[in-house]
Ligand binder design. Structure first.
Ligand SMILES: Cc1cc2nc3c(=O)[nH]c(=O)nc-3n(C[C@H](O)[C@H](O)[C@H](O)COP(=O)(O)OP(=O)(O)OC[C@H]3O[C@@H](n4cnc5c(N)ncnc54)[C@H](O)[C@@H]3O)c2cc1C
Length: 496
């Protein structure tokens, strides 16, 4: 059978494209290498306790807000249970011995931070206005039909988030507090564009929700919808080679020997992995070289905590802690001062109750720390690796215990993931948390277009537009827009 569309990768990007194109009546197949689909949407259970591996909270989901409109179109609203984070403190930035809560809604956000920084009310006004202006600056972001897709204003793309914040205020504490959610995009000082920070922060200030039952429910809902519309999603189907020529792709060879033919192809996997899958006749050297040289975001180390039953009250905020004066410097840790910072989040209780079953602590970890075990298999990396994981997990738990005294005693058991785990489970190069790093100093070179040089091969997912629920959703719309017209999709979303 020759499919209209073959999508490689069953993470959020691949599944959203599968949904849009199946809904449009095309014969779609999504190929996922793992037994469980979802990529960074995967959740897992140990001894019955649920943990999310990637996506933890989603913004802009109040009626009328942009992701609400998308989710209505993607039939996710009925299938995925949400729990709103604390409206007065969806994020808490723990910095310099103080805790700064972020409130939802622009006026609440300004008021609350303004009470800590009364002399900086003007800067906070400016900050929220700039975030809002940027976030609605393109017709696409307002889901309006367009004659052509225009890039974001250069000033947002060429100014780094740290530079913008540095100009906004001279108050070093406020600078760090405003940048305190930096682990959500693995931002780098002087490099990460302001738009990456702004789109994400705007979305969460609008409204922020946890997913009850785990982010896997998003993937499961999308798979069920795709199948209902006649599309196919195959798990255990690792793509290893594209066949074809410079005229175009003809098919995909799977690891187990199966071969899938198609008319058009979407790569929803890391672009550096994709270029290695092109056969000799299809390679354009300059393009492949450019892809290979793209830099990735830093990787992460996560401790998944299972709590003793009925002992730990549910904490309805995301806690960003810093043990250093510069929140942008956490990836430059030394072996002695790791972790310089971490993000601590509870899993929303399935029963809606007052106590938590589980939580995650996430900190940066450079791939170099685990490079020695690259190429080894999960669960077979040996005792030194196990000891390394144990030592780091305990350090992270100690750091958490300093901020939440006594929490250590309430842990029933814990699990750990390293950059190698992410690399193995999602195919992301060196376990990069959010794929390719955007860089203001190299703005054109660090952006991966949804079009490739091959006429029927497209890309989608966090490496193209931006990462996260909002970035990947917008990216899926842009990729499918190349195939069926962006206004067709925008119309369908607005009519949903
Ligand atoms: C720790 C962490 C926390 C996060 N928290 C949030 C959050 O709170 N909110 C938010 O909005 N975003 C969050 N994100 C980001 C968000 O989860 C991702 O940006 C998004 O899910 C990426 O989707 P994707 O489809 O681009 O890539 P992936 O999820 O990486 O999907 C790629 C898929 O392709 C498959 N694949 C790879 N190679 C092959 C192959 N050869 N053949 C077939 N299949 C293949 C993989 O198995 C995977 O399923 C987080 C990410 C991480 C890592």
């Amino acid at each position: 059978m020759k499919y209209d569309i073959v999508i490689i990768g069953g993470g959020l990007g691949g599944l959203l494209c599968g949904y849009i194109l199946s809904k449009h009546g095309l014969q779609v197949v999504v190929l996922e290498k793992n037994t469980v689909v979802g990529g960074c949407l995967q959740s897992f259970r140990r001894h019955g306790v649920l943990f999310d591996t990637g996506m933890h909270y989603v913004g802009s989901l109040e009626p009328g807000q942009v992701l609400y409109r998308f989710w209505k179109y993607f039939s996710l609203l009925g299938d995925v249970r949400l729990r709103k984070l604390d409206e007065q403190a969806f994020d808490v930035i723990s910095y310099g011995g103080m805790r700064y809560p972020s409130a939802m809604g622009y006026s609440g956000f300004r008021e609350q931070l303004g009470s800590f920084f009364p002399h900086e009310r003007q800067a906070l006004q400016q900050y929220t206005e700039d975030l809002y202006r940027l976030s609605v600056s393109s017709p696409i972001s307002r889901l309006e039909e367009v004659e052509q897709i225009l890039p974001l204003d250069a000033k947002y793309v060429k100014t780094s988030a740290s530079e913008y914040i540095g100009h906004l205020t001279v108050d070093a504490v406020l600078q760090n507090v405003l940048a305190g959610n930096v682990p959500l995009y693995a931002g780098e000082k002087g490099r990460t564009p302001f738009y990456v920070h702004a789109l994400l922060h705007h979305s969460y200030i609008q409204s922020a929700f946890r997913i009850v039952g785990g982010s896997q429910t998003i993937a499961d809902s999308l798979v069920a919808s795709i199948r209902r519309m006649g599309g196919e999603v195959w798990n255990d189907s690792e793509a290893v080679k594209f066949t074809g020529s410079l005229e175009g792709v003809t098919g995909v060879q799977l690891k187990d020997g199966r071969y899938v033919e198609g008319k058009r192809f979407i790569s929803a996997i890391h672009p550096q992995v994709m270029v290695e899958m092109l056969n000799e006749d299809m390679v354009k050297r300059s393009y492949c070289r450019r892809m290979r040289h793209l830099e990735n975001t830093v990787a992460g180390f996560t401790v998944y905590l299972a709590f003793k039953k009925g002992k730990v009250p549910y904490y309805n905020s995301n806690f960003f802690h810093y043990a250093v004066p510069d929140v942008w410097s956490c990836a430059e840790y030394t072996k002695d001062d790791w972790p310089r910072g971490y993000l601590y989040m509870h899993q929303a209780p399935a029963d809606g109750g007052a106590y938590s079953e589980s939580a995650q602590i996430i900190s940066y970890m450079r791939y170099d720390e685990v490079r020695a075990w690259a190429g080894t298999m999960v669960e077979r990396r040996g005792e030194i690796y196990r000891a390394f994981k144990r030592e780091r997990a305990e350090r992270l738990i100690e750091a958490l215990n300093r901020e939440f005294p006594g929490i250590k005693e309430q842990i029933e058991f814990y699990q750990v993931s390293t950059p190698l785990t992410y690399q193995d489970y999602t195919g992301t190069v060196e376990g990069a948390m959010y794929g390719i790093a955007r860089d203001v100093n190299n703005s054109m070179q660090s952006v991966v277009s949804v079009r490739t040089y091959l006429p029927n091969l497209y890309m989608t997912g966090q490496n193209t537009n931006s990462h996260g629920m909002l970035g990947v959703t917008n990216g899926a719309m842009l990729t499918c827009g190349e195939l069926i017209g962006i206004n067709t999709i925008i119309k369908a979303i607005n009519n949903a």
